[in-house]
Unconditional design. Sequence first.
Length: 154
Amino acid sequence: MFISIIILKQKIYQRFLQVATNKVELLQNHLNDLKESGANETKSTAGDKHETALAMVQIEQANIRQQLEEALAQKAILEKINPEIVADKIIHGSLVITNNGYFFVSAALGKANVENLVVIALSPQSPLGLKLMGLKVGDQIEVNGNKYFVEKIE
């Protein structure tokens, strides 16, 4: 089955937006569970053991809050992308097809399988993202000993 590259880019965008949304929801649910645990710990009167458990819950809450902030920032970055925009050079929101795979320049969200293709969402601030930004079809770069030849930009 042939799928147009424009439709592919929109599917990739939607997949990574869903990944970011799921990540935010998961972290929010985890934070809510920790708040309940913390509330239950405050009802306990077990002395030092109680204080230690409460401190551990608070540390975990702080870690989850930080992860949630990062996930919300990633989702906001994605929401600013218009997947219908195509440029002749690599910009934020570009789908880049190279000899080494498909890259969606957006936010660091890892890999996803879309239409039987492995696509990596990477930040323009990542080492590869930095070198890709501004390149055109036919340009080549090298990152960590790997050569990337830009075959197509959407």
